[in-house]
Design a protein around this ligand. Structure first.
Ligand code: ZN
Length: 313
């Protein structure tokens, strides 16, 4: 390893395409300020943490985020603990899922506080939720009265099959996304659907905020783009892979703050305040907007990637 302008250049194994030599970007995680090291494969564009934090450190961080989310004002943490917010997103998700899928056997992996399972059962799905986090299981019981199975998809019985498998904001946490996608494929019936949601690295906001991007978290190991996620899905056996507009996301306005955040005056004041506190970001905005539009004409606006993929009949 040799140091180049404060960054570390090293030989790295890309999960998609082989070895490459890369300069890592040293960042502090948006929540907690933990040091993370990001690399971008120059061949396929895959972005990931290298080295990855140990399993133990990653799990501890995630549990800590859950425990502290009640106190935090950060919108990134709201999806963990705000009941009204989670219900609103989950109902929108279930409505959308109902409109694009067939069948009623529904599995959500990395389900978190149980909001989605609650909404799915209300809509008539036979819904099961899996999560490895003890904190998530506790929250699901506390917030929605839902029992979540403490399991990973690789723990479920080989005969267990579903019409629909979903995973929202989960795949970026995994040490091996291929293992998850290939296992999910095996548990989906022919003609069934996989739904994946994660954040988009190739978005205008990531480019604009750079190291301050709020999705740079210690437990986010992979940062997908429309292209790299599509390759992962194709190589896991899926067909008819499509990207969708997000009918919901962690960026929807909190119901209880609706009146405050929807007015034109509020938006304008918010923009002015932001420009005062972050003048360099504000100054960069016009150029970044132009660059992002040119580089990613289809996807520059998407902060969140929502994919559906089918298993052949
Ligand atoms: Zn690569």
């Amino acid at each position: 390893m040799k140091k180049i302008q404060g960054n570390i250049k090293t030989l790295i194994e890309c999960p998609l395409c082989g070895q490459f030599e890369a300069t890592s970007k040293q960042i502090r995680s948006h929540i907690g300020g933990f040091p993370i090291s990001i690399v971008e494969c120059p061949l396929c564009g895959l972005v990931f943490q290298h080295p990855q934090p140990t399993q133990e450190k990653g799990t501890n961080y995630f549990n800590w985020r859950y425990k502290t989310s009640n106190r935090g004002k950060s919108q990134v943490n709201m999806y963990l603990s705000d009941r009204e917010f989670c219900s609103q997103i989950s109902h929108a998700r279930i409505q959308w899922i109902r409109s694009i899928t067939n069948g009623h056997r529904f599995l959500d992996v990395g389900t978190g506080n149980g909001a989605l399972i609650y909404a799915a059962r209300e809509a008539g799905f036979e819904a099961t939720g899996l999560d490895l986090s003890q904190q998530a299981i506790f929250k699901a019981k506390e917030m929605f009265g839902i029992d979540i199975r403490k399991a990973d998809i690789t723990d479920i019985h080989a005969d267990e099959v579903y019409d629909i498998i979903t995973s929202f904001g989960m795949i970026e946490h995994l040490r091996d996304p291929f293992e998850f996608l290939k296992t999910a494929y095996n548990h989906i019936i022919p003609g069934g659907t996989l739904i994946i949601e994660t954040m988009n690295y190739n978005s205008m906001l990531r480019l604009l905020l750079d190291k301050r991007w709020y999705f740079f978290l210690y437990d986010h190991l992979f940062y997908f783009t429309p292209e790299t996620l599509k390759i992962f899905l194709e190589r896991s056996g899926f067909i008819n892979i499509q990207i969708h507009e997000v009918p919901h996301s962690a960026n929807v306005t909190l119901p209880k703050h609706n009146t405050k955040t929807t007015g034109i005056l509020f938006k304008l004041t918010h923009k002015i305040k932001y420009a005062v506190y972050h003048p360099f970001i504000a100054l960069r905005y016009p150029l970044i907007l132009k660059t992002a539009k040119k580089m990613w004409p289809q996807d520059w606006k998407r902060e969140i990637l929502l994919f559906t993929a089918r298993k052949a009949k």
